[in-house]
Design a protein around this ligand. Structure first.
Ligand code: NAD
Ligand code: MG
Length: 390
């Protein structure tokens, strides 16, 4: 039996992961399940899967969780440290599906105990890619990408010589505002941004898709994970979201990964790796899909793509600063304090200010320095927002 943990079990990726585990129940022993706030879902899942441990990030909910699982023998815990420790619980395979920077420390803990880390939490690669991959190497542990574009690239590279790769193209659906003129974007609301044309995802990543901050994170993620140079990484808008990524080789060949927009493909690929097994995803009918369109993204309407290039060049702690500032800018946008396009303004300003001030040595990224950069960036974003709104 494969021992598996799902960090961020109650979210969109977490629930899709549990759906796959449910379909092959006897093949898995569920070790740890974690949640932020959604205790009811955590309790349901811990009961159903006979988890060894159920953890909430919210310490005020510990008693509620304990009472709800009192008759089950499921161990319970709460708080940030408990979430990190749940990653350290011995397991063969750990799904990293917490949203945001909070996913980094538990992911590292999972790698330190030698587990295979299925990485949906792109923020950890953006904020501390070198740290994450070095930790994996030191502990002979594997990181498998779960972001659909990176799973696609990973799959297209199987059996290929990395030296023969000339470029990689990541596709973007264009999100909720693909065709919106720039004037309209300035007044776009969080509710409008939180509806995705193709994918059903958590609220934050859906808004990040509309702003293309998600694609910016994915460019940096590709840079860190596969070690492509920034000029090898391209983005094309592809409204149908059926081609997830393409890898170009020195002989002019392009390998495209094509599939329905169902995250259970990428999750299942990581769960079954290195084998391929049947998955409950629809077989794509390309004749029905008809046309596949591709277009160059508009950097004026989607400035995060431009900022990502800067971060990919600079590396070091700029990824943590970029991500931290983005997370706070997103909080402020959701709260209605800043406009949609102001999120990019805030992040750009924070990048300029913090990278000169923070005094972090970019050659060494540790969990502590990544945390420091993240904190500085969040505080910096708050300060910039305060100046903007007066
Ligand atoms: P979600 O918001 O649906 O779920 C996030 C999970 O993390 C929930 O279980 C939540 O309770 C938990 N959580 C939130 N804050 C926490 C904290 N501070 N500490 C501990 N737990 C916390 O998000 P999602 O859409 O499932 O995305 C999860 C991750 O996967 C993100 O990094 C996202 O970028 C990435 N991802 C998601 C998709 C998708 O289709 N949803 C696709 C690619 C990548
Ligand atoms: Mg993606």
């Amino acid at each position: 039996m494969k021992r598996v943990s799902v960090l961020g079990a109650t979210g969109s990726i977490g629930q899709n992961t549990l759906d796959l585990i449910r379909r092959d129940r006897d093949a898995y022993q569920v070790v740890a399940l974690t949640a932020g706030q959604n205790i009811e879902q955590l309790v349901r899942d811990a009961r159903e899967f006979h988890a060894e441990l159920a953890v909430t990030a919210d310490e005020t909910q510990l008693e509620t969780l304990r009472d709800a699982l009192a008759d089950t023998g499921v161990e319970v815990a709460a708080g940030e440290q408990a979430i990190i420790e749940s990653g350290a619980r011995p397991a063969d395979w750990v799904m990293s599906a917490i949203v945001g920077f909070a996913g980094l420390a538990p992911g590292l803990a999972a790698l330190e105990q030698g587990a295979t880390l299925a990485l949906a939490n792109k923020e950890s690669l953006v904020a501390a890619g070198a740290l994450l991959l070095d930790t994996a190497q030191q502990h002979n542990a594997k990181v498998l990408p779960v972001d659909s574009e990176h799973s696609a690239i990973f799959q297209a590279l199987i059996g290929e010589d990395p030296k023969a790769v000339s470029r990689v193209i990541i596709t973007a659906s264009g999100g909720a505002f693909r065709d919106w003129p720039i004037e309209k974007l300035t007044t776009a609301t969080a509710a409008e941004a939180a509806t995705h044309p193709n994918w059903d995802m958590g609220q934050r990543i859906t808004i990040d898709s509309a702003s293309m901050f998600n694609k910016a994170l994915e460019m940096i993620e590709a840079r860190e994970f596969f070690n492509f140079t920034p000029d090898q990484i391209e983005v094309l808008v592809h409204p149908q979201s059926l081609v997830h990524a393409l890898v170009g080789f020195c002989d002019g060949g392009l390998m495209a990964h094509v599939g329905p927009h169902d995250m259970r493909h990428a999750i299942g690929f990581a769960l079954n790796w290195p084998e391929r097994r049947p998955l409950p995803v629809d077989m794509l009918d390309l004749a029905k899909a008809g046309t596949l369109d591709f277009e160059t993204p508009d950097l004026d309407r989607f400035p995060p793509l431009r900022l990502a290039r800067h971060v990919m060049e600079k590396r070091g702690h700029s990824g943590a600063v970029f991500n931290g500032a983005k997370e706070r800018a997103l909080d402020h946008f959701i709260a209605g304090r800043i406009g949609f396009l102001q999120m990019s303004e805030v992040v750009e300003e924070v990048l300029t200010r913090i990278l000169h001030q923070c005094g972090l040595n970019d050659d060494v990224i540790t969990l502590d320095t990544a945390r420091k950069a993240d904190h500085l960036a969040r505080d910096g974003a708050d300060a910039v927002v305060q100046e903007l709104i007066g």
